[in-house]
Design a protein around this ligand. Structure first.
Ligand SMILES: NC(=O)c1ccc[n+]([C@@H]2O[C@H](COP(=O)([O-])OP(=O)(O)OC[C@H]3O[C@@H](n4cnc5c(N)ncnc54)[C@H](OP(=O)(O)O)[C@@H]3O)[C@@H](O)[C@H]2O)c1
Length: 270
């Protein structure tokens, strides 16, 4: 599997909102068809099921890149250590990457980065990073962590302009991971995506995922369907032209967010 310079496989499986037996079976199915990167979070309530899917698969643990995230309600001094250790227990294994799921409050920002660095030092994660951090937040977090952060997981698809976030990640030696990479279906309808899909004789989803990975960004589409899981991996097997890339990028707008929770109000621009 092709990876980012930080060893993050460029296509992974998103697992929200999979639960119970469906989550276990989907993780097993994804590993069987070739996935080596699985994304979960404390917030999804499915770490235990994801861990079971990995344990029951035929794929060796050290071939899999497993990511989880600390819930915003668990980043405080009183909850961080206990809940991260619970994640390790629920997963049944140490995650390859532990992320802060949403930017902490301004007053707690540095302390939370310190807790993340501490978690790695204690062996509760092999690597650390952040999620939903703006360019200025990434810079602040990476400086505080003295360069230890390898990833920022952000919403990333053709309808959202993330050029500044990507340029900042590259300057800070971090990989971006794209969540909601097909914008829960909305990105498949973009005109350039549709036209290029016809020309390449491929589904629109493969075009969108290819546009992401061709920029060196990892993508974690969620699917519970084997045929979609197999198709999504095909994004690694062909190339778009520079003109194709440009035409798809032209759909991007800074207002194109699918996920925009109230607690980020006024903070995306920072
Ligand atoms: N860090 C964060 O704050 C954050 C926020 C949101 C999400 N995430 C992560 O990112 C993952 C993915 O994001 P998402 O679930 O929001 O959106 P997404 O992956 O863009 O879209 C998921 C939807 O696309 C469908 N789909 C997948 N592959 C397809 C294909 N080849 N053809 C047609 N439809 C396809 C899925 O349906 P089927 O199951 O029917 O295929 C599902 O309904 C999540 O599962 C989660 O792990 C992280």
């Amino acid at each position: 599997m092709q990876t980012s310079p930080h060893g993050i496989p460029l296509i992974g499986l998103g697992t929200y909102p999979l639960m119970g037996d469906e989550a276990v079976a989907t993780v097993r199915m994804a590993l069987e068809v070739g996935y080596r990167h699985i994304d979960t979070a404390q917030m999804y309530g499915n770490e235990k099921f994801v861990g079971q899917g990995i344990a029951k698969s035929e794929v060796a643990r050290d071939e899999i890149f497993l990511v989880t995230k600390v819930d915003p309600g668990n980043v405080g001094a009183g909850r961080f250590e206990e809940t991260v250790q619970r994640s390790v227990d629920d997963l049944g294994t140490v995650p390859d990457l532990l992320l802060i799921h949403w930017p902490p409050a301004e007053s707690e920002f540095d302390a939370v980065v310190d807790r993340l660095v501490y978690a790695k030092a204690r062996g509760w994660a092999k690597a650390i990073g952040v999620s939903n951090h703006t360019p200025s937040m990434m810079k602040r977090a990476q400086e505080r962590a003295e360069g230890a952060l390898i990833c920022n997981q952000v919403e990333f698809h053709p309808l959202l302009d993330q050029k500044k976030t990507l340029a900042t990640a590259k300057a800070l030696n971090m990989t971006l991971t794209a969540y909601s990479p097909i914008a829960r279906g909305a990105a498949l309808k973009a005109q350039a995506v549709q036209e290029i899909a016809v020309r390449h004789g491929r589904p629109a989803s493969e075009i969108v995922l290819r546009w992401i990975v061709q920029q060196g960004v990892a993508a974690i589409p969620k699917t519970a369907k084997r045929e979609n899981a197999v198709s999504n991996l095909n994004a690694l097997t062909f190339e778009l032209t520079a003109d194709d890339m440009k035409a798809i990028s032209a759909h991007g707008s800074t207002k194109g967010r699918t996920i925009n929770p109230s607690w980020m109000s006024g903070r995306w621009e920072s």
